[in-house]
Design a protein around this ligand. Structure first.
Ligand code: UDP
Length: 343
């Protein structure tokens, strides 16, 4: 993908809205909405609450799905957004293997609805939530943006489809976009009021928090025979507020004239499942019983971000992503919201 290289200076003062945030009631979306609000940028959220939470949003809200092209067009007419951030998508590898139809519908067809609505409205700035899953089985570790994008599951494939659609729309219609390839989003807001609340929960860190709260008896470790130092999978955990900060920086670059951007958002540091469990024991002072089970289908042994493209292009450093910080912020949220936002 052709990528501009404008240097590292990012000036939040040039940021302007309104910004339409699709999926702004979800985990990463809600933290990004808050970061936009802090800068005084007008925001409108469109969300159908399939996985998001109304309690997580405090800005004008359109309750709709991206399947609803009429409401989408009306939202562009009414709010005249200068830019769009697109968080509204399905994001589970296992589910995507079992039921790819949902992933092609929601992550590709609905994303195309968005591109068309933007084209009709003349809106040209788009920040897209992509993923390290677009790389598939990496040819080298850590994973830089030069790694070939050969996803190995429908989730990764649908996200890569959107990257390709954006490239083609950029070429043909002048769309300007940033594809931000997240590694493992984790943590919670500094205020302790926004955090991870999925139902059912499948992610390691919130599941560990549920064990610490006594809501689960134990954590299952999905495989202890991987070719890693302790046999468990290694992941690169990045604080959700660092991800939010990267979105502001990407928007600022687009608004400063950059055409296309694609970069990894990870820390470059990997932690094994066992290391995460040990750290949760220290922070929560709970013994966290564990049980070794078989591997989960589709889990690569190690996913760690490499390179410095986010630093070079966005001036981004993951300032809050030390593992202890991620876990203590997550713990504060889960202790204060033992049943999630509303349940
Ligand atoms: N994992 C685990 N037990 C669980 C949930 C996850 O051992 O109950 C492992 C999983 O195999 C992976 C890591 O924890 O290696 C992170 O998984 P998660 O689902 O949080 O994120 P993913 O890497 O799938 O995006």
């Amino acid at each position: 993908m052709a990528t501009d290289s404008p240097g590292t200076e990012v000036d939040f003062a040039n940021l302007s809205g309104p910004v339409l945030v699709l999926g702004g009631a979800g985990y990463i979306g809600s933290h990004t909405v808050r970061a936009l609000e802090r800068l005084g940028i007008p925001v409108v959220v469109l969300d159908n609450f399939s996985t998001g939470h109304p309690e997580a949003v405090n800005v004008p809200l359109v309750e709709a799905s991206l399947a609803d092209r009429e409401t989408l067009a009306r939202t562009f007419d009414e709010w005249e957004p200068r830019a769009v951030m697109h968080f509204a998508a399905r994001c589970y590898v296992g589910e995507s293997v079992e039921d790819p139809s949902i992933y092609y519908r929601e992550n590709v067809i609905h994303a195309w609805n968005l591109l068309e609505a933007m084209r009709e409205a003349g809106c040209q700035e788009l920040i897209f939530s992509s993923t390290c899953a677009t790389y598939g089985n990496p040819v080298a570790l850590p994973i830089t943006e030069e790694n070939p994008q050969v996803p190995v599951n429908p989730y990764g494939r649908t996200k890569l489809h959107m990257e390709h659609m954006m490239e083609d729309y950029a070429q043909a219609y002048g769309l300007r976009f940033a594809a931000l390839r997240y590694f493992n989003a984790a943590g919670a807001s500094q205020e302790g009021d926004l955090g991870e609340d999925h139902s059912p929960e499948t992610h390691l860190i919130p599941l560990l928090m549920q064990v610490a709260l006594g809501q689960r008896d134990e954590i299952a470790i999905f495989g202890g025979d991987y070719p890693t130092p302790d046999g468990t999978c290694i992941r690169d955990y990045v604080h959700v507020e660092d991800l939010a900060d990267a979105h502001l920086r990407a928007l600022s670059r687009l608004q400063a004239g950059v055409h296309t951007l694609a970069c990894n958002l990870g820390t470059g540091l990997g932690y094994s499942v066992r290391e995460v469990i040990e750290a949760v024991r220290r922070i929560t002072r709970h013994p966290i019983p564990e049980r070794m089970t078989g591997r989960r289908a589709g889990d690569p042994p190690e996913l760690v971000s490499g390179g410095s493209r986010a630093l070079e292009h966005l001036g981004w450093r993951p300032a809050r992503s030390a593992l202890e910080k991620i876990l203590s912020d997550a713990w504060r949220f889960h202790e204060a919201h033992p049943k999630g936002y509303s349940r």
